[in-house]
Structures are given as C-alpha cells and as structure tokens.
Design a protein around this ligand. Structure first.
Ligand SMILES: [Zn+2]
Length: 425
C-alpha cells in the first residue's frame, strides 16, 4: 500500500515575509504543499519519524519569488544597450520583437524556464499577442509558472473603438484560466493597455468594464518617463513625433493637461490595477494610488537602465501603497547578469543602493507581488498549505550576519526547488 511521504528540507536558515525566521530551519512538505516550517529542532516527532530528509546546510530557503512585471515574449532579444532616448529604444524594440507565432511561443517558454531557474514562483507577464498567452499556457508542466498573462493592447484617438472590438474578439478565443498541476490556481488572463502614449482612455475604460464581467486582472505602464508626462499634458514631444512616424497620430488625440496618474484616476477608482514603474510621481499622485488601492510594480534595474533616479517606492510603502517588484523585459538587464529574469537581483540592487530593510524587500518580492496579481498571499510564504516551491541561496552558515542580508550582499545565483510533484511513494 502506498504511503503519504513527508519530505523535510533542512537548511542553514529559512525565512518568509509572514514571520518565519529560523536558523537553522526546516520545511516539511507533503503532497507538494508545506505542512510545517520553523526551527529545525521544533518539528514534531510525528512528522520527522518516517520523513525523507534533504539537507541544504549552506543555504537560505525563501519562498519562490514573485515577478509582477515581465515581458516574456521579448526574451529572445536578450539585453540591449540604451541609446539615451526612450523613443529610439522603443523603435528598436518594435524592430527586434518576434512576430511569428512560433518564435513568440519559443521566446515565452525560454523566459519561463529562465524565470523558474531563477526561483520565480509566480509571474505577471505582459503578453504582446495571443500567441504569447498561449505559449505560456501550453508549456510543459515543469516550465509553467502560475500568475497572470496580461494581453497587451494599443489604440489611441480614433483607433480606440477598433482596438476594443479586437480585444473582445481575442478574449473570446482565449481560455480565462489554465490550471497548473500541483498549484492552487494556474495562469489567468488579464488585460494590459500598454501606456498613455499608445492607448487612449476609452480603451482603459473598456478594460475596466471587461474586468468586471470576468475578473480579468489589469495592468499598464504609467508615469515611466518625463516624455510620457509631457505627452499626456500637452499631446506633444517625442511620443507625438513617434506616433506620427508610425502613422498612429490623428486629430482626436488631445492634451489632457494632467499628470498621467490624475489622467487615469477615474479608471483606477473603479478596478484594481497594477501600474508598472511610476518613476515620476509627486505626493498627490501617491495619495491617489493609495486611495484607489492601486499596486505599483517597481523594476529597479530597468529604472536605472533608463537613467531614472530617486524612485519613491519607500514613500509609497509608507503611504500604504502595495509596491512589488518586477524585472520588466530582459532587454534592460545587465548582459553579465547570470539570472536576468530573477527577482533576487532586483532586491540586491535596492539593498546595496538604498539599504532598504531586508524584511521589506522580502515582502515586496513575495506577498506584495501576490496581492498585486490577486493571488493568495499565503502561496508565496513558508506557511502551511503554501505550494512547496522555494528559492534557495548559498550563505555562510558560520557567518553571524543575518542570512537574508548575506544573500543580498553575495552574488550567488538562486537555486530553484520545486517539490510540488513530491507525491505518495
Ligand atoms: Zn514593461
């Protein structure tokens, strides 16, 4: 007769953002889920008696991390240098991005494999096409990552009505949710109006309406560059030039005389949104983000790549805004980064640059991300019933320094542990 096997991971330390903090620590797993965690000698005998032990004596075990903003379909391009002008960079992306469905699907899968290998357990992906959505869903089980595929849409001025009709048609052909074995919930569908310089307010409002019909998650890029602020305020500047060059300009595109956050406020009020970046916001805009329950996906490495400084993520957190972490696309990651789709490099950047409190970084990298993606926060912890997917990082067990601080200061890659397939033996 088969027995339910318990596997216990014993590590130099374990830590999550919900109070688990043990050194040494252990996590007990059964049927792919955590059944207990804590100091190694605290696990009850009934669990340890017939358990199978896996020892990780020089590693810190964290819950798998959450990447709340990625562009998996751009993975094949790899890192590219930034020329100094955002609109030139966009032209380059338009030129380089895969357009054939097979190439898109392959790119998405490659991005997922890299993300999983880097210890990412949930992911919010901006899918540039229906092929990118399907590529994520049809991948083999050991590659798929739960989370959201935000179907990206573009359409300004007079093109908005046709954009909305196109999105509605696309949604009819896409399954809302694909379950993933051994995880609570699979990959679900979201909508991603691209940004205020490519997508009009009617499209954002339609996304809200659609989200109410079927709980589509919502995300967009907002307040990313000074050029975007200029475009929303004045309908002028480099983005207006780019639109004219692409033949996307028409007379229905008008200045809003507002900051992008104010411009979108009425939309943010009526649904939950995840805003990527928010590099350029003032106190009054942070207030709006807080009041509307909006999440911000901050991508520190990408932000620096484009030369943006002084991101106000700590002010946002202090104001009660849910700030999580993202990579954005691989294009903006350093070419010598071993795990460009990982979230630990984002945490390391913030710790080393800003000395942000490690526990805060861990929240941003786990539970805050889950809140943004509208998944159970518990699933990115080491608490009972969370899926047994972990991010392990080498540390020195004899070093008195806090294990998480060690992981933030060293450059060891993350080892991904997926024990969600540990079934009865
Ligand atoms: Zn992005």
């Amino acid at each position: 007769m088969k027995q339910d096997r318990i596997t216990i991971y014993r590590a130099a330390a374990i830590r999550d953002a919900q109070g688990t903090h043990a050194r040494p620590g252990a996590v007990a797993v059964k049927h792919g889920r955590i059944i207990a965690s804590g100091p190694t000698d605290s696990l009850p005998k009934r669990l340890t008696k017939n358990a199978h032990f896996i020892d990780r004596p020089d590693e810190l075990i964290l819950p798998a991390l959450v990447n709340a903003h990625a562009h998996l379909d751009l993975t094949p391009i790899g890192p590219i240098p930034f020329s100094g002008r955002f609109t030139d960079w966009l032209r380059e992306v338009i030129r380089l991005r895969p357009t054939e469905p097979k190439a898109i699907i392959d790119g998405v899968r490659r991005g997922m494999r890299m993300s999983r290998a880097a210890g990412v357990g949930h992911l919010g992906d901006i899918a540039g096409s229906t092929a990118a959505v399907m590529g994520r869903r049809q991948a083999p089980d050991d590659t798929v990552i739960p989370g959201v595929s935000y179907l990206e849409c573009f359409g300004l001025g007079e093109n908005q009505a046709s954009t909305i009709a196109r999105v509605q048609r696309a949604l009819e052909d896409l399954p809302f949710e694909t379950r993933i074995d051994h995880h609570d919930r699979g990959a679900v569908l979201g909508l991603g109006p691209h940004a205020p310089y490519s997508t009009g307010k009617d499209v954002y409002k339609a996304a809200n309406r659609l989200s109410h019909q079927r709980i589509y998650r919502l995300s967009t890029h907002l307040a990313e560059t000074p050029e975007e602020l200029q475009f929303v305020r004045e309908a002028d500047g480099p983005f207006a030039e780019l639109l004219k060059e692409l033949g996307k300009w028409d007379e229905a595109i008008k200045p809003a005389a507002k900051h992008p956050v104010q411009w979108l406020e009425s939309v943010l009020k009526h649904a939950r949104w995840v805003l990527a970046h928010c590099n350029y916001v003032d106190d009054e805009h942070i207030d709006i983000l807080q009041k509307t329950g909006t999440s911000v996906a901050y991508c520190p490495v990408t932000s620096e790549y484009f030369g943006h400084t002084d991101h106000r993520y700590r002010d946002m957190l202090d104001a009660g805004v849910n700030v999580c972490l993202g990579t954005d696309s691989i294009l903006c990651q350093p070419s010598d980064e071993a795990q460009p789709m990982g979230i630990l490099p984002q945490m390391r950047r913030l710790y080393r640059r800003d000395q942000t409190e490690p526990g805060t970084l861990l929240k941003m990298a786990t539970t805050h991300g889950m809140l943004a993606l509208e998944f159970s926060e518990n699933d990115a912890t080491l608490q009972k019933r969370a899926p047994a997917v972990f991010a392990a990082v080498k540390i020195d067990p004899d070093d008195k320094l806090d294990p998480l601080v060690q992981a933030l200061l060293n450059d060891h890659p993350v080892t991904s542990i997926d024990a969600t397939h540990s079934e009865a033996v």
